[in-house]
Ligand binder design. Structure first.
Ligand code: ZN
Length: 526
């Protein structure tokens, strides 16, 4: 036993020294940001660096993903639809490219083409002030990575060079997580690279809040609230779970809320008995909690009551025990905050799929040039907060004007174990006098429930929008034919009909459409 351990340590030291020896060669590429180009049809995205971690998404061939950090062949990347995950970046799975910089669009709308020149096909469009990383420049054209991860070419006449930080500042997200150092002693440096000076050292297994990720480095908050940079590949990153349903309720009279996971971090404020916070991760007896929408706060796990948030996880598989859930464990629930009836959609995962996007506009109205992709996305974005307020876990297949394949839409529904899938569209017809609302379902999977869902949506839409009731119909659209959960595809109204294009152009009409879909969903789950 003892000998084995010695040998293990020797091997460990040897491995560490080898890593240090190869270090200078790695640092050259680590200093410039890189992107991975997926080279197989579908590649799994996992929650951590290894096949033992759960698959949380998939990415398809020819998608480019910015690399945030790496562990061996595993790459932590920004995902096209937001969020981060790990992919296996071995040479047969992905090609790595060095990003040359960023460009900022100066024209109001700029065409993105399949090649470097105006004779190539238009594949998408980008709007003014969009900042895009580029892979190469050729004869005045830049090969850029679009927000959906697709690559395309834009003319250099309508762009400026932008600073590299500019496209990162969009959207407020949680801090990346907590780094736990996995080597005996690790240098802390003043910047993200080995060319920066050593400002201190950290020992193994100390959890450090990560403030920022850059290339292969983490900017961390050290005990005593000093900041420094550590090499990402010597640490394991614990990622916050934004959708966690766990909360911590303080069960002592006061408790320090700190900036990091130990008493050496400063007190942000004092929490008091009964205060409850969402827990996004935990490490070594400390809980990372949400405080004013960010996860920069920590409390000791010893003085709180951890429980599922109000409404619980919605799983009623315990049968008869379920009735007593509200009053179970009375000794630990000392404050009179017994959960009331859970929100109507608590525990339901609903995938909303705004049809079309990016270079695929869908139907286009002839009077106002209103695009279907806009109507679908805007209506969906109005629907999401209604569902979330009712406790649903909502996943959107796209949140911006990006192109995603039908296969990706279906994968997103399966990877998130959706309870239902709803695709939102607006219609088009050669006969411009045709108008009305229709909803489709498919009989390949869960046909009875799909019909019930489609019918509930159709009835609510017709009674709210008061357009012609074309009906609840079977249809063979890819996304409802291939999703294995109950699914429906809504056609709100016809863009080809001048009157209905005018209605779809009104925000209030799209809002009413969203509210009707929401009521249809409530009705389905009743
Ligand atoms: Zn459509």
């Amino acid at each position: 036993m003892y000998i084995k351990q010695r040998r293990y340590i020797t091997v460990f030291v040897l491995v560490v020294s080898l890593v240090f020896l190869t270090f200078p060669f790695q640092s050259a590429s680590a200093s410039s940001p890189q992107a991975a180009e997926i080279s197989i049809q579908t590649l799994n995205v996992r929650s951590g660096p290894g096949t033992s971690h759960a698959v949380i998404n998939t990415v398809s061939k020819d998608t480019f993903l910015s690399i945030l950090s790496r562990q061996g062949d595993w790459l932590r990347v920004d995902l096209p639809l937001g969020g981060k995950g790990w992919i296996f970046g071995g040479s047969e799975y992905a090609n790595l490219h060095t990003l040359k910089g960023n460009v900022k669009v100066t024209a109001d709308a700029l065409n993105v083409r399949s090649g470097p020149g105006a004779n190539h096909t238009i594949i998408s469009q980008v709007t003014k002030d969009t900042v895009l990383p580029f892979l190469e420049k050729q004869e005045g054209w830049y090969k850029v990575i679009l927000q959906g991860g697709q690559a395309g070419w834009i003319s250099g006449r309508f762009v400026n060079h932008a600073s590299s930080g500019e496209n990162k500042s969009q959207g407020s997200e949680l801090l990346p997580g907590t780094a736990v150092v996995k080597t005996a002693v690790l240098n802390v440096r003043s910047g993200p690279g080995t060319n920066y000076s050593v400002s201190g050292r950290v020992q193994a297994n100390i959890p450090l809040p990560v403030l920022e990720e850059k290339d292969n480095w983490y900017k961390v908050l050290l005990p005593g609230d000093k900041e420094g940079w550590i090499a990402a590949w010597f640490s394991e990153l614990i990622i916050p779970n934004q959708n966690s349903d766990k909360t911590a309720m303080i069960n002592v009279s006061t408790l320090n809320i700190r900036s990091g996971p130990s008493t050496s971090y400063r007190t942000l404020r004092r929490g008091s008995l009964g205060e409850e916070f969402k827990i996004v991760s935990s490490v070594s007896g400390w809980l990372n909690i949400l405080l004013e929408e960010t996860n920069n706060a920590w409390i000791s796990a010893n003085h709180v009551l951890v429980r599922d948030s109000i409404g619980g996880s919605g799983d009623s598989s315990e049968g008869s025990e379920d009735n007593s859930r509200g009053s179970s464990n009375p000794s630990t629930l000392s404050t009179p905050s017994t959960p009331s009836t859970p929100p109507a959609l608590a525990g339901r995962t609903i995938v909303i799929d705004p049809g079309h996007g990016g270079h695929d506009p869908g139907a286009v109205g002839r009077n106002l040039n209103l695009t279907e992709k806009f109507v679908n996305l805007d209506t969906s974005l109005r629907l999401v907060p209604l569902l979330e307020k009712a406790g649903a876990n909502v996943v959107m297949t796209r949140r911006t004007d990006v192109f995603i394949t039908l296969g990706q839409r279906v994968n997103i529904a399966h990877n998130n174990s959706a309870d239902i899938f709803i695709s939102i569209h607006a219609n088009g017809h050669n006969n411009r006098s045709i108008g009305g609302t229709e909803t489709y379902y498919n009989t390949s999977f869960r046909s009875q429930d799909s019909y019930r869902l489609a019918n509930a949506l159709q009835q609510e839409l017709v009674s709210e929008l008061k357009l012609r009731n074309i009906g609840t119909k079977t249809g063979s659209f890819y996304v409802i034919r291939n999703t294995q959960m109950p699914s429906a595809l809504v056609e709100l109204a016809f863009l080809s009909n001048a009157g209905e294009e005018g209605l779809l152009n009104q925000a209030s009409f799209r809002q009413r459409g969203a509210e009707a879909i929401y009521r249809g969903i409530l009705r389905y789950f009743q």
